[in-house]
Structures are given as structure tokens and as C-alpha cells.
Design a protein around this ligand. Structure first.
Ligand code: N01
Length: 487
């Protein structure tokens, strides 16, 4: 086939829709699961929803006029993605239960050879839409694997396990925990929330969509696009603040500190919940329900580190042992390891996972990598946002890939591979843009950083700058081959 797409989340489906809209029909999508949805399929924990407004956290080219409230719930987002799949008739192109085991570049034939758990395929172009928050992290805590109770990760929620009346420990206090803790607190007997680092938490200004607004979304042409644009530019103001830590401290820091002071009266608890790093350095969180939940009679916030997990208990550094029936790991994802990269082999047997492990996760314009011809990664290195919607970045990348395909076809190219120098220059530029921002100078360890303490994840400036980078496929940054030889 012309294009193979891995994953059916926002990235993969977006690619498929845009291909179809531009008249390319020769593509397949592969997914290990039996339904589309990616992160919004997998993260089904109670209270799961998006903290970016639904208007913006969706596609401008495939809008949904019926969001029920400001922020899309997991069920609404999952439904949106399933609806898109049907609306654009993508199902015939999808191969479910086809986990891609390996993708190897064949430099003679100039094709990708893709092995899946259900058959082998060949494509000229490979697009990965595997996400960066798809592989859960199980922390390395003594005794955890010998725990005899029920244990699951937030992104693999065990809906068959009844939490009613149980003693439940939650490890981690990131965005996921913040959303499900208030939902499970009224049900459980005891709730032990283990916090390693406090988060900056702001109020969430969520409202049901009014009848009038709903009507305007459905009936007034251009109204949704207008509101979307308005939201997007509002988010760019956040980028401005976050690239200037003193301004971020004053504005976002002030707003979150006020939220904490208003929500938690006990000074001792408030001190435990007060972060000691620059706001925005780790992802900022929003919740109106988390602080009340951890102050409920059956809940406690535990800040002494976990030293040992026993068969039915957790012991902390202060020597306290608490019995628990269940442990919920809200410990995040392997964002900078990108386990999927280990399955991609480019020219001269170069494995992307090994390459990145040794030299850091880098790419060109977040999308291509030297040594890996005809590979386009959606949400590749340097595309993570701390201030706006990931779908904005995905859309920009889709334009870049479509333009690349046009150039490939128009010039009869067999392959395009980014020059190592172009990639190095882009990586340097990204590093420079990150300097002095909350993401690198904020004094925190975050999942944006890799094992070497570098930040290969964040796009540290306005999204329009990324759109500008990806507007046109810049053939001059690539070495190309035609079917008769290198150029
Ligand atoms: O994961 P996280 P998440 N012992 O990595 C702690 C997106 N998202 O699933 O800060 C004890 O943020 C860790 O502590 P520390 C969003 O981009 C979006 O919550 O490393 N604790 C932290 O508290 C988000 O950022 C939405 O010290 C350990 C927590 O576990 C991303 O997903 C909703 C530990 C992990 O937090 C990930 O969020 C939900 C250990 N050994 C998620 N290891 C939206 O609304 C880790 N921790 C769009």
C-alpha cells in the first residue's frame, strides 16, 4: 500500500481522514485493540476527561457541534472518535487486533516491511500515531510485584473490581489521579493517597453548553470555528507566560495558590500540598473536586515515601504500615522511552529505540528522523504541549505529511530522508527555545524529561510557530532517492 498508519487514536484517524480528503485511498490503519480511540479508549477510569476545551481538543476539519460541556468527558471523546471513524467510512481501512511487532525499512525495494500479529504488509510510507502516553509505567517499588490484593494502572482500569467499602491506596497525584480520586472517594472504605510531589492545581471552569450556544454550534456557519480560534489564541497567552517564569509565577502561581488557600484550611495539609518548583514545570492541573476529596473523613494524604509493599499493606518512611485491599497505580506513562521505537528499524539496521536511548530522542520538526526514510511520526519528539491542545500539533503535522506525499508523487520519488545536519540544527533550535522557560528552568523532574534530565518532549513556544514550521514540506532538508538511484 501507499501509506501504513499505526494506531487509531487522534493521530491515526486524523491522518486517515486527511488522506481521504486529499484523494489518497491506498492506506491501512493497524491497531492492537478491537476498537478505535487510542488514549480515549484505554483511559476509562472514573472521571476521565480532558482538561483542554472540547472545541479545541478536536479536529478543525471534523468538528462536533454537540459537546455537552466545556471539557469533553472520556465517553464523549471516545464517542467522537468512533463517530469520525464511521462518518468518514474508515472501518474498511482498519485492521484491528493487528499489533505491529516490527517495521523494517527495506532499502533495496524502498518500502517498509511491517510484521503484525495477524500478517505481514508492505508500504511505501509509514506513519506512526502511537502516542506518547500509551505505555503505562509500573514503578519500581520494593515488594510491589508480590502484592496479593488487587492492583491495576489508572489507564487499564479494572471495572470488574468493586471498590465499595475497600481500603484503597492510590500511588501518584498527577492528572489521572486528580480526576478519579474524587470519583472513588465516596465509595471506598479508606482512601490512602500517596503523594511524592505536590502539583500546582488550578480551578476548572467547566460549564454545560447552554441551549443557545448549542444551537449556534449546530446552526450558525463558522461559529464553532470562530470560538475555536478564540480559545486557541487564548491558549497562546499561556505560552507567553510559561516562557517567562517570573510572569508564570505571578499569574498562574498566584491563581493556583489562591485556589489552594480557598480549598484547604488546615495549614499543615496546605504546606504538604504546596509545590516547591516553578508553576508549569510539571503539567499544570485543574480540579474543583480533588482538594475536597482528600479532606474527606475516609481519606488521607500520605507524603512519606513508600519503602515497602507487603502482601496486603504499604509501609512508608515514617515506619507506618497501612493495610490495603487494592492499589491503583496513577504513576503515568513511558513518555520519553517510547517503547514502540524499539520496533522500528531504519537504514543499515539502525533501531530507533536504540538510537534514541543512546543519543536522546530527537527528530526533525517533530516528524521525521535521519536514518529512517519515509517514516513520519505524529506527535514525535518536541511536539508535546504544556499549554494548548495536542490536536493543534497533530493537524500541523498532518499538513506536513500530506505535502510530503504530494512532493513524493509529483517528483516520482522512492524515498525521502531528512539530512542529519537539518535534524541537528532543528534539535539545537528546540533546545534554545526551551532555555529559560518553565519547562527547563523550573527546578522540577517531570515526565517531559528523559533519563539524562534533557527535555526532548516539549514544544516550548507558540503553536503558530510549529504550524509555520510544518506548513510546507521542505524538500531541501531531505536526501531523496528515485527508483533509479540517489540524488
Ligand atoms: O501521570 P503523571 P498521569 N512512587 O506522570 C507519581 C495526560 N493526562 O497519568 O511527580 C511514588 O502526570 C508521580 O510523582 P512525581 C497529561 O498530559 C491528561 O496522572 O514524579 N509516586 C506523579 O504524581 C498528564 O500530564 C488528562 O514525584 C510515583 C504520578 O505518579 C499525563 O497524561 C488527564 C512514583 C504520575 O503522574 C500523565 O498523567 C489525565 C513512585 N515510584 C492525564 N512514580 C487530560 O485531562 C511516579 N509517581 C487531558
Amino acid at each position: 500500500m501507499k501509506v501504513a498508519i499505526i494506531g487509531t487514536g487522534f493521530s491515526g484517524l486524523g491522518m486517515a481522514i486527511r488522506l481521504q480528503q486529499s484523494g489518497v485511498d491506498d492506506f491501512l490503519l493497524f491497531d492492537r485493540a478491537d476498537e478505535v480511540g487510542g488514549t480515549w479508549r484505554d483511559n476509562s477510569y472514573p472521571g476521565a476527561e480532558c482538561d483542554v476545551m472540547a472545541l479545541l481538543y478536536s479536529f478543525s476539519f471534523a468538528q462536533n457541534p454537540s459537546w455537552s460541556k466545556t471539557f469533553g468527558t472520556r465517553d464523549e471523546l471516545f464517542t467522537y472518535l468512533k463517530d469520525l471513524t464511521d462518518r468518514f467510512r474508515l472501518r474498511p481501512h482498519i485492521r484491528f487486533r493487528h499489533e505491529v511487532v516490527s517495521a523494517d525499512w527495506d532499502d533495496e525495494a524502498k518500502v517498509w516491511r511491517i510484521a503484525t500479529t495477524a500478517g505481514d504488509y508492505t508500504s511505501q510510507v509509514l506513519v506512526t500515531g502511537t502516542g506518547y502516553l500509551s505505555e503505562p509505567v509500573v514503578p519500581d517499588i520494593a515488594g510491589l510485584t508480590d502484592f496479593q490484593g488487587t492492583m491495576f494502572h489508572s489507564s487499564r482500569w479494572d471495572h470488574d473490581y468493586d471498590l465499595e467499602g475497600k481500603k484503597v491506596a492510590v500511588i501518584g497525584t498527577g492528572a489521572s489521579a486528580l480526576q478519579f480520586v474524587p470519583k472513588i472517594q465516596p465509595k471506598v472504605g479508606e482512601l490512602h493517597v500517596h503523594q511524592r510531589t505536590p502539583a500546582w492545581i488550578g480551578p476548572k471552569n467547566d460549564k454545560p453548553t447552554s441551549k443557545l450556544k448549542g444551537w449556534m454550534f449546530r446552526k450558525v456557519p463558522g461559529y464553532q470555528s470562530f470560538r475555536r480560534g478564540f480559545n486557541q489564541w487564548g491558549r497562546e497567552v499561556l505560552a507567553f507566560m510559561m516562557t517567562r517564569p517570573p510572569i508564570a509565577e505571578k499569574t498562574l502561581g498566584g491563581m493556583t495558590a489562591k485556589h489552594l488557600a480557598k480549598s484547604v484550611a488546615d495549614p499543615e495539609l496546605r504546606a504538604k500540598l504546596t509545590p516547591d518548583y516553578t508553576v508549569g514545570c510539571k503539567r499544570m492541573l485543574f480540579s474543583n473536586y480533588y482538594y475536597p476529596a482528600i479532606q474527606a473523613d475516609n481519606a488521607q494524604l500520605i507524603t512519606d515515601g513508600i519503602t515497602q509493599v507487603g502482601p496486603n499493606s504499604i509501609t512508608t518512611a515514617d515506619g507506618t504500615t497501612r493495610e490495603v485491599d487494592a492499589i491503583i497505580l496513577a504513576t503515568g506513562f513511558a513518555a520519553t522511552e517510547r517503547p514502540f521505537a524499539a520496533r522500528i528499524t531504519g537504514k543499515d539496521g539502525l533501531t530507533l529505540g536504540k538510537e534514541w536511548a543512546e543519543n536522546g530522542m530527537t527528530g526533525y520538526r517533530g516528524t521525521t528522523v535521519s536514518g529512517f526514510p519515509n517514516l513520519f511520526m505524529l506527535l514525535g519528539p518536541g511536539t508535546t504541549l504544556g499549554h494548548s491542545s495536542q490536536t493543534v500539533m497533530i493537524e500541523a503535522q498532518l499538513n506536513y505529511v500530506l505535502d510530503a506525499l504530494k512532493v513524493i508523487d509529483a517528483r516520482g520519488l522512492a524515498s525521502v530522508e531528512v539530512h542529519a545536519q537539518a535534524q541537528a540544527a532543528f534539535t539545537e533550535k528546540l533546545g534554545k527555545l526551551q532555555e529559560g522557560t518553565v519547562w527547563t528552568a523550573g527546578g522540577c523532574a517531570s515526565w517531559y524529561q528523559d533519563a539524562h534530565g534533557r527535555n526532548p518532549s516539549i514544544w516550548p513556544t507558540y503553536t503558530w510557530r510549529f504550524r509555520k514550521e510544518t506548513k510546507k514540506f521542505d524538500l531541501e532538508s531531505y536526501q531523496v532517492t528515485t527508483l533509479i538511484g540517489e540524488q
